[in-house]
Design a protein around this ligand. Structure first.
Ligand SMILES: [Zn+2]
Ligand SMILES: [Zn+2]
Length: 272
């Protein structure tokens, strides 16, 4: 499985010269099977999804988009995904069920005038919007487990994605300090844990207030569940490259720990 990091920021994009090394786009990760030419599964649709078009052959996208939740930094790129907004695109979008609304109607709470010029059905191509509960999905050769995580402001899922070569868990927004015991079952022995590390340890109080995790929370969670590799993700928008590099130098873990960077590709689960 190839995992392509297209947006690694949390909260809001971070443009500017102080952010070019780690990148300023918000959360988006694209996943491809080992033998596939291009990604067919996308995790979140932050502004980073704009970069996916350049990674796709042809004119359109056929595949799946899994949204963890509907905060701006995870959905704002959706109508700007060029190869999704094509007459021949074919896309299934999955998002957490809440408030008794279907998937289309949840998106239409912000993808609608006056907040935005078009409704979800204004996107070109074949889009289907599915509101789901925690459970298992079989999608394009991927086994997907959707599970609920603690965050603030709306229902939030994490996703574990497995194919024949390996597994990843994508948990970009998560207050890991208050994790229930059941969470470990969803993350157990995962090859790659991509996890919320928006805050530093000295920012513990604000992390708790906003429903996020610290760098140490992420690594400790990785240790607890036996993750083989931890990727620190959803970086604070104000954290400059210099500050990120300083943070990266201080990281220690019993397993490999990588600070997510826009444009980075990781190959996962090449089992021996
Ligand atoms: Zn977020
Ligand atoms: Zn969030």
């Amino acid at each position: 499985m190839r995992v392509l990091f297209l947006g690694v920021r949390g909260s809001t994009p971070a443009p500017g010269s102080e952010f070019v090394h780690y990148g300023g786009h918000t959360s988006c990760v694209a996943v491809a099977h080992d033998d596939a030419v291009a990604p067919t599964l996308v995790l979140d649709a932050g502004t980073g999804i704009r970069l996916l078009s350049d990674r796709l052959p042809g004119r359109d996208f056929s595949g799946v988009i899994l949204l963890t939740h509907l905060h701006w930094d995870h959905v704002q790129g959706l109508p700007f995904f060029g190869k999704g907004d094509q007459p021949t695109s074919d896309i299934d979008v999955y998002l957490p069920a809440q408030d008794g609304l279907g998937g289309r109607d949840q998106l239409a709470r912000f993808l609608a005038p006056p907040a935005f010029p078009i409704l979800p059905e204004g996107l070109q191509g074949h889009w289907r919007f599915h509101a789901i509960n925690p459970g298992l999905l079989e999608l394009d050769g991927f086994h997907v487990s959707a599970f609920e995580v603690e965050h603030k402001g709306g229902r939030t899922f994490g996703y574990r994605v497995t194919d024949v070569s390996g597994s990843i868990a994508y948990v970009p927004d998560h207050a890991a300090v208050s994790r229930p015991a059941s969470l470990a079952g969803f993350l157990r022995d995962v090859d790659l844990l991509i996890h919320d590390a928006q805050f530093l340890d000295v920012e513990r109080e604000v992390a708790a207030r906003f429903g996020h995790s610290t760098v140490t929370d992420s690594i400790e969670l990785g240790v607890d569940v036996g993750a083989r590799h931890v990727v620190l993700f959803h970086h604070a928008p104000a954290r400059t490259d210099a500050e990120m590099e300083s943070m990266e130098r201080g990281i220690e873990g019993p397993m490999p720990v990588t600070v997510a960077r826009e444009g980075m590709t990781l190959t996962v689960g090449t089992r021996d």
